[in-house]
Design a protein around this ligand. Structure first.
Ligand code: BGC
Length: 376
């Protein structure tokens, strides 16, 4: 009897460890890791994640960037639909934000100044008088540590970075994590986690550009966009919020039902003129199935964006001018990519009535953004 019990125990333990071994090696099989380059003496890696459908997402530890998303159109033809570069040299000499994690403060802080508990902090400015996307040395431009978690059962890569106190002018040592999961439902799930040891501000996002025709092929003006927002955040000529939250009803900013990007983009409407197109945060409704949806009638590709954040920055690629040449040397022409950057409103540290972007020691900031791809 004793022997039988012992034998069964060995079989059970054996099969448990075999299973966990299979699982642990599974993520390693689904995620290929390669050397991509070296930056300031630190190795940079490229990760290729292949899901059950054979669809591929590529990430790099430089800026924790998404650099390739290959998904099928309605006839099954696969194409990369995000901006990026084939080589590390191309990446460091190219646009700093394509696909990157942006921090510590995504979008603008007016005049690079904000005050916390009576202390004024000054950041380097890199966009006229203002600080954009964490300044010139933001999280898009550093090498993150990367790990392929053993227990994941779909392709997953976790990037971590220790941002020192006063880095790029921001107070507090901050530990940041961005975990990318590429699910079998063709969703990129990004889980952010941040902790600080000093009171500070934080607005983290991902800055992927999308063109559902295929990146580098043509503009996105025929993409049909829906944004679940009744209000948006008007800006001044420096693209700094004026403080107003304006209803979208009756304006070219009403995307509560699907509208082509190009349909109203050139209208003589103050905010379109100032932004050179759409470059605004939309105030997300609290009860929403998704934040935004993009449909390309030609390929049938659909992108849905889901998050738990109070806003989404809809940027219609107004500053693209063909000088940026990405994968395959293709030029990214004016308005050939759009961004849907989930997060807080720009310049919130200087607008006490906007949702707070303050992070205190002892608090853990967590947030999730999903980019879900399908066809229709
Ligand atoms: C901003 C644009 C800016 C772009 C840079 C967007 O998030 O809203 O104004 O030019 O990032 O890549």
């Amino acid at each position: 009897m004793k022997r039988i019990v012992l034998f069964s125990l060995i079989v059970i333990i054996g099969s448990i460890s075999l299973n966990s071994c299979r699982q642990s090696s599974k993520n390693k099989e689904m995620v290929k890791k390669e050397n991509f380059g070296v930056f300031k003496g630190k190795d940079v890696f490229l990760f290729t994640l292949t899901n059950k459908n054979g669809n591929v997402v590529k990430l790099t530890s430089f800026g924790a960037r998404i650099t390739w998303i290959e998904v099928p159109d309605r006839s099954g033809r696969k194409e990369n639909i995000t901006f990026g570069y084939d080589t590390f040299e191309g990446m460091i000499n190219g646009d700093p934000y394509f696909g990157s994690v942006v921090g510590r403060y995504a979008n603008r802080i007016a005049k690079g100044k904000f005050t916390l508990d009576g202390t004024e902090y000054t950041l380097p400015v890199n966009d006229g008088d203002n600080t954009l996307h964490g300044g010139p040395e933001g999280w898009h431009s550093v090498v993150w540590d990367a790990e392929i978690p053993e227990n994941a059962d779909v392709p997953t890569v976790r990037f971590t970075y220790q941002s020192p106190d006063m880095e790029a002018g921001f107070p507090g040592n901050m530990n940041v994590e961005a975990t990318y999961t590429w699910t079998d439902n063709n969703e990129i799930v990004i889980d952010y986690k941040c902790v600080t040891d000093k009171k500070t501000v934080l607005n983290i996002t991902n800055h992927a550009y999308f063109n559902l025709h295929g990146a580098g092929n043509r503009d996105i003006l025929d993409h049909e966009v829906t944004i679940n927002a009744d209000r948006f955040v008007p800006v001044d000529s420096g693209l700094i919020p004026t403080g107003e939250l304006r209803p979208v009803a009756g304006t070219p900013f009403d995307f509560t039902s699907p509208r082509n990007v190009g349909e109203r983009i050139n209208e003589d409407y103050d905010q379109l003129v100032i932004g050179g197109g759409y470059d605004h945060t939309f105030v997300l409704d609290s009860d929403r199935e998704y934040d935004a949806r993009v449909f390309d009638p030609v390929s049938g590709r659909v992108l849905e964006v889901l998050s738990d954040q109070p806003g989404v920055q809809f940027y219609s690629g107004n500053f693209l001018d063909s000088s940026q040449k990405g994968h395959g040397g293709k030029p990214y022409i004016h308005r050939s990519g759009l961004c849907l950057e989930t997060g807080h409103y720009p310049d919130s540290p200087n607008h006490p009535d906007f949702p707070s972007t303050t992070l205190n020691p002892g608090e853990t900031f967590t947030s999730q953004t999903v980019y879900r791809f399908s066809v229709e």
